[in-house]
Ligand binder design. Structure first.
Ligand code: HEC
Length: 109
């Protein structure tokens, strides 16, 4: 009798282990898939810049006529400037890169 309970607990143990493993394998990595720059822009930047980049709310510059280089834009997203907040702690490196490219695209470059 004791042996049966012992065997049974083994079965339960392995069943749980399999279930746990299965869910661990199916978990989606956090940074899967390409970054959707437009979606992030609308969520994080459109309040001041508008969804087209030309809103100029509360002193925000019109991104569609920006003359800044990609490096300067990236720096400004990271560190902010005047009325623009720094986004370093809010965005991943990939998101900042994608937004930089998106701003270049908005300004026709
Ligand atoms: C709270 C309002 C606000 C938000 C949110 C904001 N900005 Fe700005 N942004 C500004 C202001 C103000 C300026 C002008 C700063 C200055 O005086 O040079 C600016 C300037 C810029 C410029 C420089 C344009 C140029 O030619 O000088 C870029 C590029 C830019 N923002 C991109 C972004 C991006 C990308 C985001 C989202 C991650 C964002 N901004 C979010 C207010 C904001």
């Amino acid at each position: 009798m004791k042996r049966k309970i012992f065997q049974f607990s083994f079965v339960v143990f392995f069943a749980l282990l399999c279930a746990w493993n299965f869910s661990a394998c199916n978990e989606q990595p956090k940074s899967s898939g390409p970054v959707d720059a437009q979606a992030i822009f609308i969520k994080r930047c459109a309040t001041c810049h508008g969804s087209e980049g030309n809103l100029q709310m509360s002193g925000a510059k019109n991104i569609t006529v920006s003359q800044l280089s990609a490096d300067e834009i990236k720096n400004q997203i990271i560190h902010g400037k005047a009325g623009m907040p720094p986004f370093e702690s809010m965005l991943t490196v990939q998101e900042i890169d994608a937004l930089t490219a998106y701003c270049m695209k908005l300004s026709g470059r």
